[in-house]
Design a protein around this ligand. Structure first.
Ligand code: T1G
Length: 692
C-alpha cells in the first residue's frame, strides 16, 4: 500500500490498482483527495504492471461532493477539472466502485471513470441546486449524455437522489455488486481488461440526447412545471440552461456554458445564503452543553392528547416512521373525526402515488384512539396538543404526572405558553419539554424544541434525535412568549397592522412580502389562521380593525372573507369594504394617510424581525443566530436563497439595519424600532451575527 496523500492510498492487486479515498465524514473532494486521485492515476498510467484502476472510498460513503468548506477560499491545486479530464482521457480502464452517496463532484468524478459499479444501497445525485449552484465539474454535460435530458432535468433542478436499481436501468452504472464491493469491482476490472473492449468516454456519447433534440418544447414545458416550486431561485434555471447546452452544443462548448453559469452562481448572494444554510441546519443539531454521548431515553410508544388538526398531524409523523401512537380525546365524536381525517390524508397521499395502499393500512394501524388517559401509562413520550389555554394544559399535565410511567417524557405542543409553568405542576419538571410543531404538522419540517429551566439534558438529547427520527429539523430554544418563531412573527404582524393605519393597504403589504420571497403576506396569513383566534365576541367593541372585521363576520378564509374576499378556490382579492373600514379607522385615530413606499413596507416589516432576533440572542433564548434562521426557513417559509433573517441582516450590513431602524424610531416614535444593544455593538465593530 502506497500513501498518495493523507487522504488517499494506492494498492496493486494482480494488475489492478486500487485507489482508496479516506476523508471522513463524507469523503468530500478536499485538496488532499484531489491530489491523491491525480497522483494515483498518474502513477498507474505510468506503471506497466497496472492494467486497470479501481477508485473506491473508505468509510460510510463514496465522494459526497466538492468540499463545501473550501468554497469562497483561495482555489487550491490541483483543480478538479484537470484531474477529471486526466481520468476520462486515460488509456487504461478506470472503474468507480460506489457505496453510500455519490453526490455532486462525487458523481462527476464517477462520470469521468469509464465504468461504474455499486452496491445495492448506493444513491446518486447532483444536489448542487440545493446550494444555489450547478454541477461545476462537467456533470451538466455528462449526466444528460447517460440518463437523457428529461431525467437530468429532474435530478439537477430538484437535487433528488436515485437508487442503485434506477442507476442500473438508466445506464448510470454497469453493475450492482451483491458481494463485497471492492472485490466485485476488481473482478469487474479484470473482465474489462480481458474483454479488450475500447474505453468509452461519456463526453463522446450522444445517443441519449436525441429525444430531447426532437422535442425542443421540452425545456419550456419543464420550466412551467417547476415555476411555482422554484419561485425566486436562480439555480434551477441555470441548471436547465446547461442541459439545453448539452443537447444543442458540442461537449466543450457546453462545458464553457457550464463554467460561466457556475461562476455567476458561485459569486452571487443566493448561493452564499444557501451554503450558509447548509451548515446552519447541521449546526442547529449541536447543543453546546449537552455532550454527544449523553444517553437517550427510549421512545417506542407515543401518546398524543387531542385529535384536532395539530394532534392528528403530529400522530402521522410517528406512524410514518413506524412508531405506534395512541390519541386521547374527551368525546368519541371528536376522536372519530380526528382518526377519520388522518385516514383521509393518507388516502389522498396514496392517490398521488406517494405511498401505497398497504402503507395507508400500516400507518392507520399504528394509530389508535381512546377516551381514557390511563391508556397513556406505558407511553415513552406524551405530547399534549390541545388548544392554547394555560389552565387546561396545567390540568392535563397534573393528570399525566399521576398516570404516565417514570422516565417518560411529557411534552407540550404549545406555540407560545410558558413551559416552566406547565412543568411546575408536575413532580418531574426535568422530564417536561416543549415540542412545538408547525401546521400542517405532518408536512412542516421544523420542530421548535423548548427547554424549560429544569429540563434534563438527556430529555433534550432524546428530543433532538427524535426530531431527526421523524424527519424534522429541530432548533432548541428557551422559554419566552412565542419562543423564537412566533415572537419574531409578532413584530412583523404588528408593523403590518401599523402600516395599513398610516396609508398602505393589506394587498400592498402582502405583495411586498410575497415578492421578497415569503410564501404569503401578513394579512393572508392572518386570514388563513383565522382572525377570531383569541377574539371574544361579547367583549369586542370595534377597538381594532380585526374587531371590526370579526364583528362583520369576516373571520378569515374559513368564512370566505377577512382582510380579503375569497372565491370558491380560496383565491384572495382586495375588499372595498375592508379598505373603507381601514380608512375610517385612520380617520378616527386622526391619522393623515400617506403614500407608503414598498421599500418602507419591506424595511418596517423585516428589520424589526431582525431586531427581535438580536434581543432573542441577547437573552440566550436561541443558542446561535443561525438557529433563528433555521426556525424561519423551515417554520415560516423564509426564502432559502436569502438564508434567514439573521443572515439577510448580515448581507445588508448591520450598520445599515441600525441606521434604518433609528430613522423609523425617530419618524414614528415607536420604541420597537430602537436597535438592540447587541446589534449596535456588532454594527460598530463592523461585524455581523455570523461572527458570534
Ligand atoms: N463538504 C464539506 N462537508 C460536508 C459535505 C461537503 N460536501 N457534505 C457533508 N459534510 C459534512 C457536514 O457538514 C457534517 O459535518 C458531516 O459532513 C456529516 O454530514 C464541483 C460544486 C452526504 C447526504 O451537496 O447532502 O460538488 O456537522 O450531517 O445526514 O459540482 O451531508 O458533522 O461537522 O449531512 O448522513 C455537492 C452535501 C457539493 C452533498 C450525508 N454535494 N452533503 O448526510 O450527514 S457541491 C452536496 C449531504 C459540488 C461540484 C459542486 C449530506 C450527505 P459536521 P451530515 P448525513
Amino acid at each position: 500500500m502506497t500513501a498518495l496523500t493523507d487522504m488517499a492510498d494506492l494498492t496493486l492487486e494482480d494488475g489492478i490498482a486500487v485507489i482508496t479515498i479516506d476523508n471522513p465524514p463524507v469523503n468530500a473532494l478536499s485538496q488532499g483527495v484531489r491530489q491523491g486521485i491525480k497522483d494515483g492515476v498518474e502513477k498507474c498510467l505510468a506503471d506497466n504492471a497496472v492494467k486497470a484502476i479501481v477508485l473506491i472510498c473508505a468509510g460510510r460513503t463514496f465522494i459526497a461532493g466538492a468540499d463545501i468548506t473550501e468554497f469562497g477560499g483561495a482555489p487550491k491545486e490541483p483543480g478538479l477539472h484537470e484531474t477529471l479530464d486526466r481520468m476520462e482521457n486515460a488509456d487504461k480502464p478506470i472503474v468507480a466502485a460506489i457505496h453510500g452517496t455519490a453526490l455532486g463532484g462525487g458523481l462527476e468524478t464517477a462520470l469521468c471513470c469509464h465504468f461504474r459499479v455499486c452496491d445495492s444501497g448506493a444513491r446518486f445525485g447532483l444536489p448542487e441546486v440545493n446550494l444555489g449552484l450547478l454541477p461545476g465539474a462537467g456533470g451538466t454535460q455528462r449526466l444528460p449524455r447517460v440518463v437523457g435530458a428529461e431525467k437530468a432535468l429532474q435530478m439537477m433542478t430538484s437535487g433528488v437522489q436515485i437508487g442503485a436499481e434506477e442507476a442500473l436501468a438508466t445506464g448510470l452504472v454497469e453493475q450492482i455488486v451483491d458481494t463485497d464491493l471492492r472485490s466485485g469491482a476488481v473482478a469487474f476490472a479484470h473482465e474489462v481488461v480481458a474483454s479488450g473492449q475500447p474505453l468509452q468516454r461519456i463526453r463522446d456519447r450522444d445517443d441519449k440526447l436525441q429525444s430531447a433534440r426532437g422535442n425542443p418544447g421540452l425545456f419550456d414545458e419543464f420550466r412551467k412545471s417547476i415555476a411555482r416550486k422554484t419561485r425566486g431561485f436562480l439555480a434551477p434555471e441555470y441548471n436547465i440552461r446547461c442541459i439545453e447546452a448539452a443537447v444543442n452544443l458540442p461537449f466543450d462548448e457546453g462545458i464553457a456554458v457550464e463554467q460561466k453559469l457556475f461562476m455567476e452562481l458561485m459569486s452571487g448572494p443566493q448561493s452564499r445564503a444557501q451554503q450558509y444554510f447548509f451548515f446552519a441546519e447541521r449546526q442547529a443539531a449541536k447543543i453546546p452543553d449537552v455532550p454527544r454521548d449523553t444517553p437517550e431515553r427510549p421512545i417506542n410508544k407515543v401518546g398524543v392528547i387531542g385529535a384536532g388538526t395539530m394532534g392528528g398531524g403530529i400522530s402521522m409523523n410517528m406512524a410514518n416512521v413506524g412508531i405506534p401512537v395512541i390519541i386521547i380525546e374527551t368525546q368519541q365524536e371528536a376522536l372519530d373525526r380526528g382518526l377519520g381525517i388522518i385516514r383521509k390524508n393518507y388516502e389522498n397521499t396514496a392517490k398521488k402515488g406517494r405511498i401505497s395502499a398497504d402503507d395507508v393500512e400500516t400507518r392507520c394501524g399504528l394509530i389508535t384512539g381512546s377516551l381514557d388517559m390511563q391508556d397513556l401509562a406505558d407511553c415513552d413520550l406524551v405530547i399534549e396538543a390541545v388548544y392554547e389555554s394555560l389552565d387546561l394544559k396545567k390540568e392535563i399535565f397534573t393528570k399525566l404526572d399521576g398516570i404516565v410511567k417514570a422516565g417518560a417524557i411529557l411534552a407540550s405542543n404549545t406555540s407560545a405558553l410558558d413551559i416552566n409553568q406547565i412543568a411546575a405542576v408536575t413532580a418531574r419538571p426535568e422530564s417536561v419539554i416543549g415540542l412545538h410543531f408547525f401546521s400542517p404538522a405532518n408536512v412542516m419540517k421544523l420542530l421548535e424544541i423548548v427547554r424549560g429551566d429544569h429540563t434534563a439534558k438527556d430529555v433534550i438529547k432524546t428530543s433532538m434525535s427524535f426530531a431527526k427520527r421523524i424527519n424534522k429539523v429541530a432548533a432548541l430554544v428557551g422559554v419566552c412568549p412565542g419562543f423564537v418563531g412566533n415572537r419574531i412573527l409578532f413584530q412583523r404582524q404588528a408593523q403590518a397592522q401599523q402600516l395599513i393605519m398610516e396609508g398602505a393597504l393589506p394587498h400592498q403589504v402582502d405583495k411586498v412580502l410575497v415578492d421578497f420571497g415569503l410564501p404569503m403576506g401578513a394579512f393572508q396569513m392572518s386570514d388563513l389562521a383565522g382572525l377570531d383566534i383569541g377574539w371574544n365576541k361579547q367583549a369586542s367593541n370595534g377597538a381594532t380593525i380585526r374587531d371590526m372585521l370579526c364583528e362583520a363576520d369576516r373571520r378569515g378564509q374559513k368564512t370566505g372573507a377577512g382582510y380579503y374576499d375569497y372565491d370558491e378556490n380560496r383565491t384572495p382579492s382586495p375588499s372595498a369594504l375592508v379598505e373603507k373600514i381601514i380608512l375610517e379607522f385612520s380617520a378616527k385615530d386622526g391619522i393623515d394617510r400617506r403614500v407608503v413606499s414598498d421599500q418602507e413596507i419591506l424595511e418596517r416589516c423585516i428589520y424589526p424581525m431582525i431586531n427581535e432576533g438580536a434581543k432573542i440572542l441577547e437573552e440566550g433564548i436561541a443558542i446561535r443566530a443561525s438557529d433563528i434562521d433555521v426556525v424561519w426557513v423551515y417554520g415560516y417559509g423564509w426564502p432559502l436563497y436569502r438564508g434567514g433573517p439573521m443572515h439577510y441582516a448580515d448581507s445588508i450590513g448591520l450598520d445599515q439595519i441600525v441606521a434604518t431602524l433609528r430613522k423609523y424610531a425617530e419618524a414614528t416614535g415607536d420604541a420597537t424600532f430602537e436597535p438592540a444593544p447587541l446589534m449596535v455593538k456588532l454594527a460598530e465593530a463592523g461585524q455581523g451575527f455570523s461572527s458570534l
